[in-house]
Design a protein around this ligand. Sequence first.
Ligand SMILES: Cc1ncc(COP(=O)(O)O)c(C=O)c1O
Length: 422
Amino acid sequence: MPVRNLKEATVAIRGGRTFDSHASSILFPLYQTGNFVHDAVGVDKGFSYSRVSNPTVDALEKAIAALEGTPSAICFRTGMAAITTLLLSVLKCDDHAILSDVVYGGTLRLFREVLDHLGVTGSFVDTSDAANVEAAVTPATRIILIESPGNPTLKLTDIAAVAKIAKRHSILLAVDNTFLTPVLQRPFELDADISILSTTKYIDGHNATIGGSIATQDTKLDERVRLIRKTLGTIQSPFEAWLTLQGMKTLPARLRFHCEGALRVAQWLEAHPAVKYVLYPGLDSFPQKELAERQQRGAGGLVTFELKGGAEAARLTLNHLQLCSRAESLGGLETLVTHPSTTTHADLDPELRQTLGITDGLIRVSVGLEDPEDLIADFDQAIDASRWSADKECHRPIVREGRLVHDQEQKEDHLSVVVEKR
Ligand SMILES: Cc1ncc(COP(=O)(O)O)c(C=O)c1O
């Protein structure tokens, strides 16, 4: 049945799936091999060497293409490998790119540490106002790369508005859609040329792999990116591709629960007296709620907030979490909580961080699929415990075997007070 007639949940499980003609296994086999035998000189079965292509990677590419609604997709060893390969495919010395100022830190570093040295320049602008994009266009601009929602402030960019500017100037528009995936945001329906995914996040969804993908309707660009991938050696490995193929089947189902849980956590945080503000596109208070509703099919699984106590309150709250994990990634089943200013965005100049709204007190939560009530209880006790810790100047957290422990007597006293209060 053609993919266009299938509903999203079906596409994620069945779309573009390659069947195993050898043994009819329900799961496509893992071709964990570096090379393939030629039947005769110049005669092969479509595969020769796994740096160029591999049947399991090919199966993942077809499945992602079905989800994206593109003729094909190209898979990479990491999300950064996808972005690097794309940019090296379309940019040469003296070319210019426009990027969102809240773009992923690795993309920013790619410009500073690699592309700048090759004579390629990048302008990082606030793409939430399309006029800034128009103003940054030069005769040398070849690509606009936006991230919406941006990380970690979840600032949105109007993709269709930027696409109009890109078309008018014959510039490619790439959207890093990692945070929403094609299930919650459809870049091609908004006139983008390229969709980028770090499959590491929601596509795999199980914190099991690292990977990336590029999809485009432009077959010439697809060919060019494949050539550069072969040259750089940035193709996905068969095993990671196989795991990702299994993980992505539940993507639409998972995202429904991620969105539901994130809204519950965001609403609870917003009502908490210790919380200064919450950024979540599903909240009425979100500054770009109208754009989120127009452009997205859901608000996503990420919630960002700041505590009134600032940096110290954020540090103590993070350290007191017992269920949620302190970790940098996002999009998996486990709830991960990040302190952007000391982790994902630590490389940025502190002044630039302030300008971008990435304050030292900011906390980003990737809401997983645990019961939201349990997550809320964890944030509740962590915020309470952090306030208690802050009150007791003399109390210093102790790290033992990589875990934070406290003076047991003091902590038990405190926790009994917290429990009584509830
Ligand atoms: C929006 C976004 N794009 C790209 C990347 C890079 O992906 P990877 O870590 O798979 O290389 C990340 C990683 O966090 C990301 O958040």
